[in-house]
Design a protein around this ligand. Structure first.
Ligand code: CAA
Length: 380
């Protein structure tokens, strides 16, 4: 086993760390408070190659491995999880899905712009009645020969109003169940496509989350990804990689909160000494550090599996399940170490605690990850 990062991976991690501190940190509290999308920052991340990290340079990407992507996600998430989810969805759900399963024409037309960050994308699977139960799609894409007619509603869509391209999962052949589902590329502005109101969220408030409404939207057949009925498999395969990105986000939130709490504990004094000298605090830090390190190796292992072309369904699910739990527990403890200041916005940790919660919910709840893991270990 070799746990050493390559020189290139070290450089990418440093670049992401520098960017997070110089570009994401200023204004992160205000963006959270006002639910402001980080448009300028996303533009700069595109210029740095963060929006299509794993995409072949032929299609405008950076041509990097999954581990480099994970390192970047970790560093961005230490500072601003609202910005990192935008990166995650664009990279692992939209760009990866299109590059792996899209046609040459789709890659030329959409992937190049998405990978360079010129535009961003959204992944649209969830519905009012199809969150965890993803096969129960009510959105329909009726086959009309040379095009589909799309009708229905999608919920909780990340990049909901800021995206230009949407990968929409919809039912074409109802009688075939999940085997009759398709994935379609929908462009913003297509007649009948409406963006619903913005959700007022607990956390990741800088990212824009919307419902989407489709009323008789005409989608050309060439916008279907893969063969007829491939949509559900497309969603599952894409989400398997997406979960590694969210696991890295959870890891970053935990590591960021831990760093802040550790530094604070060495400055804040109580009972005549720095609070880090009290075992009650020192032991909290020891637990946080140990759990974060364990989460880190699960996340890196999942990325490594993907880079080795190993099966990464189970390693990605374990990484997300554990890292999101660590993110939640670590941020709660970080607020506790900060005490009264932890409850105040300017110290950042209360935001991180709110941001951590979503990592146990999106791209498959913790309960869904346990379904994936248990099915995998029991079939062996
Ligand atoms: N890779 C390839 N195929 C897969 C797969 C995978 N990882 N997982 C399932 N499949 C296939 C199965 O093999 C099966 O096909 P076959 O019959 O041909 O073998 C088919 O898909 C149906 O699978 P299941 O019978 O296992 O289906 P299920 O109804 O039991 O559901 C589930 C499985 C794992 C619970 C799935 O529904 C699931 O992952 N649900 C959670 C959905 C989710 O993650 N939603 C998040 C929304 S996206 C989001 O949050 C994005 C954002 O904006 C941040």
């Amino acid at each position: 086993m070799n746990f050493t990062l390559t020189e290139e991976q070290e450089m990418i991690r440093q670049a992401a760390r520098d960017f997070a501190h110089t570009e994401l940190l200023p204004g992160v509290i205000e963006r959270d408070e006002t639910q402001q999308f980080p448009s300028e920052q996303v533009k700069k991340m595109g210029e740095l190659g963060f929006m299509g990290m794993m995409v072949d340079p032929e299609y405008g990407g950076s041509g990097l491995d999954t581990l480099s992507y994970v390192l970047t996600m970790e560093e961005l998430s230490k500072v601003d999880a609202s910005s990192s989810v935008i990166v995650s969805v664009n990279n692992s759900l939209v760009c990866w899905g299109l590059e792996t399963f899209g046609s040459e024409e789709q890659k030329e037309k959409y992937l190049k712009k998405l990978a360079s960050g010129e535009i961003i994308g959204a992944f649209c699977l969830s519905e009012p009645e199809a969150g965890s139960d993803a096969t129960s799609q009510k959105t329909t894409a009726i086959d009309k020969g040379d095009h589909y007619v799309l009708n229905g509603t999608k919920n909780w869509i990340t990049n909901g109003s800021s995206a230009s391209v949407y990968l929409v999962i919809a039912q074409t052949h109802i009688e075939k169940g999940y085997k009759g589902i398709n994935a379609l590329i929908v462009e913003k502005g297509m007649p009948g496509f409406e963006i619903g109101p913005k959700e007022n969220k607990l956390g990741i408030r800088g990212s824009d989350t919307h419902s989407l409404i489709f009323n008789d939207v005409k989608i050309p057949k060439e916008n279907r990804i893969g063969g007829d009925g491939f949509g559900f498999k497309f969603a599952m395969k894409t989400l398997a990689g997406g979960r590694i990105g969210i696991a890295a986000q959870a890891l970053g939130i935990a590591a960021g909160a831990y760093e802040l709490a550790k530094n604070y504990s060495k400055e804040r004094r109580a009972f005549g000494t720095e609070i880090s000298n009290h075992q009650a605090i020192a032991f909290k830090l020891a637990d946080m550090h140990t759990q974060i390190e364990a989460a880190r190796y699960l996340v890196y292992k999942a990325a490594w599996d993907k880079d080795q072309d190993n099966d990464y369904d189970i390693s990605g699910a374990m990484a997300k399940l554990y890292a999101s739990q660590v993110a939640m527990e670590t941020t709660v403890e970080a607020v506790q170490i900060f005490g009264g200041n932890g409850f105040v916005k300017e110290y950042h940790v209360e935001r991180m605690m709110r941001d951590a919660k979503i990592t146990q919910i999106y791209e498959g709840t913790s309960e869904i990850q346990k379904i994936v893991i248990s099915r995998s270990i029991l079939k062996k």
